[in-house]
Design a protein around this ligand. Sequence first.
Ligand code: MG
Length: 170
Amino acid sequence: MLSAKVTELLNQQINKEFYSAYLYLDFSNYYYDQGLDGFGNWYKIQAQEERDHAMLFIQYLQNNGAKIILDSIDKPDVPLENAKDVLTEGLKHEQFVTSLIHDIYDAAYSEKDFRTMQFLDWFVKEQGEEETNADNLVKKYELFGGDPKSLYMLDNELGGRVYSAPSLVL
Ligand code: MG
């Protein structure tokens, strides 16, 4: 049995992951609008990953007989000022999501909910990768974004990203 507190936090995380998917779709649409289709592709796949994360939280709650409550998803509220700032906002958002995962872990830890801690281990690792990827994008843009030829090549590189399902199976 999951505690009421852990169940509530896991339910909230479903919403946060769907919001992340929504936010990254907004990023993706912005880049497609700008003619940076590779960046658009990268964030479209990122949105698919966030949807997968939401589904994993749903599956975990179902596997443990917990009630799932779907709340309304906020509209994306990050200003899309320029290509570089969007990447910086992406990094900030991942750092925020890491803090949310850590908060759930903290609640599970204090209740000796080892099952939820083990489930969350994958997300703790995943957030490390997400922050690294987002940080790399910012750095690459700082290095290459100012030069049209370099930006074209970077956009091409990001266009090569392909979707793959999450490695966590529940
Ligand atoms: Mg996520």
